[in-house]
Design a protein around this ligand. Structure first.
Ligand code: SAM
Length: 193
């Protein structure tokens, strides 16, 4: 087992033991395929937790040989733990890990963003989308997690992307202790319509 794989396994185990939210391997493998297909230059993630999804996404970036991740977490303790996990997994050079409210941090990003993962509190999905929208590239991939269990809390976001863009809901059976079935929304953002 590589150092990276050992850190990923430890992060998975710690999330399960401490009930720290994470994607789980079923959604993470799907997300990894999306990243490898999109070959993004810059991924922005809202909701780092302790870095499980971030580790999967940078592994996908390494597989395609380009790109970096900017990830935002509002909980200082979780963000610092994620930073330590990224360092131990030898991928910290690919990751800009920021501590703060994603709705504010995203407004300060000036680079083009071609992949966005929304995985923070549901009511902030639409504010985060709006905060980064002017930097999203045409045909950027926008992924929202928990659209099965959290649909009511993010109705404004889902109504917007489903009525304006090519957008599909993907359902997963998961083996997470806290949820057994959930979905992700994958939207192809169009700048010019
Ligand atoms: C579902 S977890 C993220 C899981 C992570 N993406 C993974 O799969 O490993 C959601 C995280 O979003 C964080 N969060 C909540 N509101 C936020 C905000 N406004 N800005 C940034 N992070 C936020 C929470 O503290 C929590 O750690």
């Amino acid at each position: 087992m590589t150092v990276f794989d050992r850190v990923l396994q430890e992060v998975d185990e710690r999330c399960r033991e401490q009930h720290i939210p994470m994607l789980g391997s079923e959604k993470a493998e799907f997300l990894s395929d999306l990243v490898q297909n999109a070959q993004p230059t810059l991924i922005v993630e809202c909701g780092t937790a302790i870095g499980y999804s971030g580790l999967w996404m940078v592994a996908a970036l390494r597989a395609v040989g380009e790109g970096s991740l900017l990830t935002v977490e509002i909980d200082t303790g979780r963000a610092q733990e994620a930073q330590e996990n990224f360092r131990r997994a030898n991928v910290a050079d690919l990751i800009d890990s920021r501590i703060g409210d994603a709705t504010e941090v995203l407004k300060a990003i000036t680079e083009p963003v071609d992949f966005l993962l929304l995985d923070n509190n549901y009511s902030n999905y639409f504010p985060c989308f709006r905060a980064i929208e002017s930097r999203l590239t045409d045909r950027a991939t926008v992924v929202a997690d928990n659209v099965g269990i959290g649909a009511a809390g993010m109705a404004d976001y889902l109504n917007h992307v489903r009525s304006h863009y090519e957008s599909r809901t993907h359902w997963f059976e998961t083996d997470l202790p806290w949820v057994k079935r959930d979905a992700m929304e994958v939207t192809i953002y169009r700048k010019y319509r």
